[in-house]
Design a protein around this ligand. Sequence first.
Ligand code: AMP
Length: 290
Amino acid sequence: MSPRSPSPAAAPVARLGDLAALRAQVRAWRASGEGVALVPTMGALHAGHLALVRQAQASCRRVVASIFVNPTQFGPSEDFSRYPRDTERDIALLAQAGADAAYLPDVAAMYPPGFSTTVTVAGLDAELCGPIRPGHFAGVATVVTKLLLQCLPDRAMFGEKDYQQLQVIRRAVRDLDVPVVIEGVPTVREEDGLALSSRNVFLAEAERRAAPAMHAVLREVAEAVRGGAGTAPALAAGRARLAAAGFGPVQYLTVSDAETLAPLDRVAGPARVLAAAYLGRTRLIDNVAV
Ligand code: AMP
């Protein structure tokens, strides 16, 4: 499901290069009585991001997408410097999707000298990706809080693809009384089940062929535990299947409470199956509802 090539006929997207431009634009929309939705992204846009834009358009007259590769959510050995960046292509895709504006802040403006405030969501950041990526969710929660306060949208859209991130943001917004409605958007997938991700471009051909096994395993585990059976046997079988498909290391494959993300031995309420594993050098994450 790759997005179509950008068409030159698409309506122009306002480029908002700094906070003053963002606030002036949002003020103008508000003066006309128009609702505003924010879609935070790190660029390298694909059909998953564009689904967020479409969901935003369904509830708000105006949609602004932010494009900001946030350095504070990458660990020292992670892929910040090689993260794919192509702002012109991104803006063309946003235009095609009908977004009204792109907010493109730079790192120096987001993190001026002396920046020293961090939003941490204790507990949620101890699960799943938290211990594996120390500081990651604090980086995410801080930059998203900042983007929300900069834009002050009515609603903001986040993908279920990054399920733990969605829960962290929901909790931060609730705890801090940030006046915005957070909406989750279902994961957009390739036809073979692979969740769209900006990092999929790093997969070699054989890895790309192996990658859909992650979604297949998640669905199998969800199916196996749905009726309340113990989760351990399904998870062991799932880990073995991931390894056989070429994934390694498998960082986690769990069945977790859908809100707290605490691991479950048995499903008795809303739950999610989540996985993180490497295929070659590329780390893939995915999740499904039970
Ligand atoms: P990113 O640019 O990777 O930080 O993602 C920006 C937003 O798009 C986040 O809310 C992601 O969860 C969401 N997103 C990324 N991939 C997908 C996908 N395949 N389906 C739905 N949402 C997605």
